[in-house]
Design a protein around this ligand. Structure first.
Ligand SMILES: NC(=O)c1ccc[n+]([C@@H]2O[C@H](COP(=O)([O-])OP(=O)(O)OC[C@H]3O[C@@H](n4cnc5c(N)ncnc54)[C@H](OP(=O)(O)O)[C@@H]3O)[C@@H](O)[C@H]2O)c1
Length: 250
């Protein structure tokens, strides 16, 4: 089964759609806080194909919640062969000297600690089976920092370090670990970050951003390589973007 965190929107939802139509996918486990969205998506996907789609309302920041879910659903998590650690956000967009602690907590707790909690829940099963694939959502923000990106960039640098650490510590097992690191993708990401739709629209004004499906296709491609191939990281920019702050606009 393919477990996708943050499947209620954007890249996570697009991953659910692409894995759903792949006959090699035995089932899906979709996780996010907005359960009604997950339910709707699960119903739609289950109509297309006869396969198992399970939905869980979980907040990846809540360590005890994830721990008790891992215990309760141990049998189900034992069936997971692919974990897409996608749940993430950038809270706030301000110079570090004007940053809010709540925004910093939300960003680090989701992108770093949440990713670790879910990984910790699934990894023992991968080790027991000596197989499995973890795909972490990195970002070009994990390669360089940009003005007002500060804590989000720090969190994605951490994701890059965690991906590399998993690779080195799991070396000798058959477990694969990848990250996919996009530039600008038009999802709900900028609305969450900026707090309103008008400001979010301005982020993509006059340029063509990546779509959530562009990234989901890359994730699916990484996962469906032969088992001896480990894509370590994939950096994907829109043609109109060459660096985090270098964007060609009409
Ligand atoms: N969009 C971009 O330009 C871009 C670029 C590089 C990397 N990324 C990364 O791509 C990933 C997906 O982002 P997106 O662009 O698809 O944004 P999005 O449309 O806002 O989706 C984010 C997803 O994460 C989930 N999520 C957030 N906090 C959560 C929590 N505490 N517990 C469980 N789920 C949580 C959200 O679901 P709920 O709100 O329902 O919980 C939602 O499904 C993130 O890791 C992001 O950093 C995005």
């Amino acid at each position: 089964m393919v477990l996708i965190t943050g499947a209620s929107s954007g890249i996570g939802e697009a991953c659910a759609r692409i894995f759903a139509v792949d006959p090699r996918t035995r089932g899906l486990i979709l996780v996010a806080r907005r359960k009604e969205r997950l339910d709707k998506l699960a119903q739609e996907l289950a109509r297309k194909r006869d396969f198992e789609v399970r939905v869980f309302e979980l907040d990846v920041r809540k360590r005890r919640q994830i721990e008790s879910w891992a215990k309760k659903e141990s049998e189900l998590l034992g069936k997971v062969s692919v974990l897409v650690n996608n749940a993430g956000l950038a809270a706030g967009f301000a110079p570090i000297q004007e940053g809010k602690l709540d925004d910093w907590d939300a960003t680090i707790d989701t992108n770093v600690k949440g990713l670790l909690y879910v990984t910790h829940a699934v990894l023992p099963h991968f080790i027991e089976k000596n197989e499995g694939h973890i795909v972490n959502l990195g970002s070009v923000a994990g390669y360089e920092v940009y003005p007002k990106g500060n804590i989000y960039c720090a969190s994605k640098h951490a994701v890059k370090a965690i991906t590399e650490s998993l690779r080195v510590d799991l070396l000798g097992t058959k477990i694969r670990v990848s990250s996919v690191s996009p530039g600008m993708v038009e999802t709900e990401f900028s609305r969450v970050r900026m707090g309103d739709q008008r400001k979010a629209d301005a982020v993509y004004a006059g340029m063509t951003p990546l779509t959530a499906s562009d990234i989901a296709e890359c994730i699916h491609w990484c996962v469906r390589r032969p088992k001896h191939v480990n894509i370590q990281d994939m950096i994907i920019y829109p043609t109109d973007q060459a660096k985090p702050t270098l964007v060609a606009r009409k």
